[in-house]
Design a binder for this molecule. Structure first.
Ligand SMILES: NC(=O)c1ccc[n+]([C@@H]2O[C@H](COP(=O)([O-])OP(=O)(O)OC[C@H]3O[C@@H](n4cnc5c(N)ncnc54)[C@H](OP(=O)(O)O)[C@@H]3O)[C@@H](O)[C@H]2O)c1
Length: 355
């Protein structure tokens, strides 16, 4: 059993608590942390784990909170607000940083600190959850199948019910359009820029262009210059996505965001244990080279939040075992494309290559 001192920040959140529970089951003793004393203590008491209470707006207190820690698994989002102060503290205190973000701006900001992290001997690995472990591993696997690939498309399907934190994070991005990578450069495009039929293994489903973290991570992991992300969306969501092009300024307004966030906060924290047990999630990918040769592969995994807890913990265990390449890392760059196959409940299928 690995016992290095490590900390889960945001341990009272839906996902942070899932990771804490799984970690305890596997014999780990993470320190549970967050800013809300009563909530963090309630989780820590239930799991009989140590706790540390600190908010992220007081840098010396954050440094104190990380004292003696080998790594932090940061589960407090939206990460657009929380990643920077935690990454700053990790770099000051030489603590490895892992998070479960899916936000493009957060991946970009951490990637820009690669040299600083190397200098400090720190690993910065965002996206240790469902977004982006499977898709990043699939991207590198596809590049392995077609080394000359110039174009990469990745798609997410079957995600099921969102947690409050995921929905709140999605609301933050409303009105912002989508992003693709073109010739290695992040390029804004309208939401639902393209629609395509994608077979995740159960027949074709319509999917639309969305902004997801892989526009950064797939580029860093594979060097493929053109990357586009898709999300399988029911007809109403596709219609909403297209309408949002015109409604962008309204959807992005503070009033609308506050209203939607309040609605989300009044709802359930996330999928029930039963929903997570029954749920499945899917990722599909396709690469193409200059001659038109293509390769396609797909993954099916455990439900997204269950997968996130398992994947984040698998990465924590590697870091504790000393496998922590310094600098900005993606899951597949640090641990290879087959990392995903080690996450319980994952299967990968390769379609035959062809034109
Ligand atoms: N990439 C993936 O696959 C994946 C999977 C799951 C979750 N996520 C992301 O992870 C984040 C958390 O999701 P969740 O479902 O666990 O949400 P949640 O249940 O709402 O929990 C959010 C956690 O973040 C903390 N927090 C929020 N803002 C904070 C701030 N400014 N300073 C300190 N702590 C703060 C909250 O603390 P308080 O209780 O004190 O507010 C709570 O502990 C979301 O951004 C979500 O999108 C990503």
């Amino acid at each position: 059993m690995l016992t290095g001192p490590w900390l889960i920040y945001g341990a009272n959140g839906y996902t942070g608590e899932l990771v804490a529970r799984l970690a305890k089951q596997r014999g780990h003793r993470p320190i549970l942390a967050g800013r809300s004393a009563a909530e963090v203590c309630s989780v820590a008491d239930a799991l009989a784990l140590e706790r540390r209470l600190f908010s992220l707006d007081d840098p010396p207190r954050v440094d104190e909170g990380l004292a003696g820690m080998h790594l932090v698994l940061h589960c407090a989002g939206p990460f657009s607000r929380t990643s920077r102060p935690m990454a700053d503290a990790c770099l000051r205190t030489a603590t490895h940083y892992l998070d479960i973000t899916g936000e493009v701006a957060v991946f970009e900001a951490l990637a820009a600190r690669d040299a600083e992290a190397r200098e400090r001997g720190v690993m910065l690995l965002p996206g240790a959850g469902f977004d982006v472990v499977p898709s990043d591993c699939l991207a590198v696997h596809l590049k392995r199948r077609l080394p000359g690939a110039r174009r990469l498309a990745l798609a997410y399907g079957g995600l099921g019910r969102l947690s409050r934190g995921t929905a709140t994070t999605a609301i933050e991005g409303l009105g912002g359009g989508a992003l693709v990578r073109r010739d290695g450069v992040l390029t804004p495009v309208p939401l639902a820029w393209h629609t395509r039929a994608i077979d995740f293994g159960e027949g074709p489903r319509r999917a639309i262009t969305v902004p997801l973290g892989d526009v950064t991570t797939a580029w860093h992991s594979t060097g493929i210059p053109d990357v586009e992300l898709f999300f399988a969306a029911p007809p109403a969501l596709r219609l909403f996505a297209r309408a949002s092009r015109a409604l962008g300024p309204i959807l992005g307004s503070e009033t609308v965001r506050r209203f939607l966030t309040a609605r989300v906060r009044a709802g359930a924290p996330g999928p029930t244990d039963e929903e997570r047990r029954k749920g499945r999630a899917f990722v599909w990918g396709e690469v193409e080279d200059e001659t038109g040769r293509r390769a396609r592969s797909r993954l099916s995994t455990a439900e997204g939040y269950t997968f996130t807890a398992r994947a984040a913990l698998a990465i924590v265990e590697r870091v504790l075992a000393g496998q922590a390449p310094t600098g900005f890392q993606t899951p597949a760059k640090a641990y290879g494309p087959d990392l995903v196959l080690e996450i319980e409940g994952t299967a990968r299928v390769d379609e035959p290559s062809g034109a």
